[in-house]
Ligand binder design. Structure first.
Ligand code: IDP
Ligand code: MG
Length: 139
């Protein structure tokens, strides 16, 4: 299923460090339109559910604790080729391996606290957006 939308979260480290404005500016300047947006905090249960696909990975517990540790910004973004272009904009999972000029290279502290989430497929973008937003919250 092809869509022109992706889903992102500005993670607890990015919010705590005061990077919301800087990251949103990069997102806007890269040509993404904000379809939906929410400032919220995941419970441990909700974070566990969101990252269920990673349940078997060794960092799952750490990831769930971290993602529920403070407020985040969740958003649906629209642009042609949104999923792939947003992954390019955020850079590699490990910020030490991220390209220059990417959001993670500029704002991320570590492979765990890596500033931002980006969906990895159209299907997951749909699932992840539905996790946070009702139809009435999309514009
Ligand atoms: P992605 O966010 O670049 O798609 P995934 O492999 O889907 O990376 O991992 C999901 C999230 O889990 C990462 O963004 C990061 O916060 C965390 N993570 C990934 N690998 C590690 C690791 O080796 N140690 C700790 N946390 C990790
Ligand atoms: Mg991923």
């Amino acid at each position: 299923m092809a869509t022109n939308r992706t889903f992102t979260m500005l993670k607890p480290d990015a919010v705590a460090n005061g990077y919301i404005g800087g990251i949103l500016k990069m997102i806007n300047e890269a040509g993404f339109r904000i379809v939906a947006m929410k400032y919220t905090q995941l419970t441990k249960d909700a974070a566990g559910k969101f990252y269920e696909v990673h349940k078997e990975r060794p960092f799952y517990g750490e990831l769930v604790d971290y993602m529920s540790s403070g407020p985040i910004v969740a958003a649906i973004l629209e642009k042609e080729n949104a999923v792939a272009d947003f992954r390019t904009l955020i850079g590699a999972t490990d910020p030490t391996k991220a390209d220059e000029g990417t959001i993670r290279k500029i704002y991320a502290k570590s492979i765990a606290a890596n500033a931002v989430h980006g969906s990895d497929s159209d299907e997951n973008a749909q699932i992840e957006g539905d996790f946070y937003f009702s139809k009435l919250e999309r514009f």
